[in-house]
Design a protein around this ligand. Structure first.
Ligand code: GLN
Length: 309
């Protein structure tokens, strides 16, 4: 039976089954798309395709089988140690790039390619040209930003050493330099470090939603999917309260959020003292990114008293 039909019989959407069958065949045979088309009249050796097809029929994510996924125009290595990059996360990259273009036009490279594999910024990563991607996974956000902002020093943290190994390979694949740090959220960043931007696509699925997830999603690392708290907002609470310590004045905090979470996350940002809090919709009109600008710590009564002396 044809691969496309078998895939759709296994529950894969009909419109995706054809594309997936082609990508599996390309990968199994080591062909480009063009080679597959021009050789379509010659018989294909099914023994090469069959093992890959069997994995996909068992609902293993396509990206893990072929070992990569495109994100913001770049191909990223992926393994089951990392979340598979999603198209909606590209909005977070765009928001960060817009911020740098407005705030620091000198560091923004809007003319890609070429992109020199050089790194600027100050030695210790403080100062205007530094950002951090928290929970970097495959590194798709950090590496894409490093590619487009060659003079900005890019840090990326993750609790998983296996994920960081994949992210490091992706940084090398795209000739970018990213400083990868292992640890919990912002903890691995140096004390006193002041960044111009912090971005994150943290785990935001509540564990109670586990039964609603497709088998492919459940094949992704659960630490990358699920929030530590029951409402899906645990990482946002921590980011909103911990980020101000690491942001310079007018620094950006931007996060991707799950469907229906934007208002609650925006409220957390506001409560933490962020200004210009905004919800940005994705192409489907769903609030997908929340961002805020860190001005400075609000003055306390004792500050005001001290100033009036
Ligand atoms: N930053 C990575 C991504 O956006 C990983 C996110 C995660 O593991 N939650 O794909």
């Amino acid at each position: 039976m044809q691969a496309t039909v078998r895939l759709s019989d296994a529950g894969i959407l009909a419109e995706e089954a054809r594309l997936e069958a082609r990508l599996l065949a390309q990968h199994a045979l080591g062909f480009t798309r063009e080679q597959l088309i021009t050789r379509s009249h010659t018989p294909i050796d099914n023994t090469q395709i069959e093992p890959l097809l069997a994995r996909r029929l068992a609902r293993e994510p396509l990206a893990y089988i072929i070992g990569e996924r495109a994100f913001y125009g770049l191909d990223f290595y992926v393994t089951p140690a990392v979340l598979i990059p999603r198209p909606e996360t590209e909005l977070l990259v765009e928001i960060a790039l817009e911020y740098f273009a407005e705030m620091l036009p000198s560091v923004s490279d809007t003319s890609l390619p070429p992109c020199p594999p050089v790194i600027g910024g100050s030695e210790d990563g403080s100062g205007e040209g530094a950002l951090a991607d928290i929970g970097t996974g495959s590194g798709c956000i950090a590496v894409t930003l490093a590619k487009h902002l060659p003079e900005v020093q890019v840090f990326a943290t993750d609790i998983s050493t296996d994920a960081l190994a994949v992210a490091q390979k992706n940084a090398e694949r795209h000739s970018t330099v990213v400083t990868f740090l292992q640890g919990d959220l912002l903890a691995p960043l140096r004390d006193g470090q002041r960044l111009s931007a912090i971005v994150s696509n943290p785990p935001y699925i509540a564990r109670t939603e586990i039964d609603t997830l497709a088998p492919e999603v459940l094949g992704e690392p659960h630490t990358a999917l699920f929030d530590i708290e029951t409402d899906g907002l645990g990482f946002y609470r921590r980011l909103a309260t911990e980020a101000p310590d690491k942001l310079q004045e007018n620094g950006l905090l931007a996060v991707e959020v799950g469907h229906g979470q934007a208002e609650s996350v925006a409220a957390l940002f506001t409560t933490s003292g962020f200004a210009e809090v905004a919800i940005l919709p994705d192409l489907a009109g769903i609030g997908r990114v929340v961002r805020g600008i860190w001005r400075s710590w609000p003055k306390t009564a004792s500050d005001e008293e001290a100033e009036s002396l």
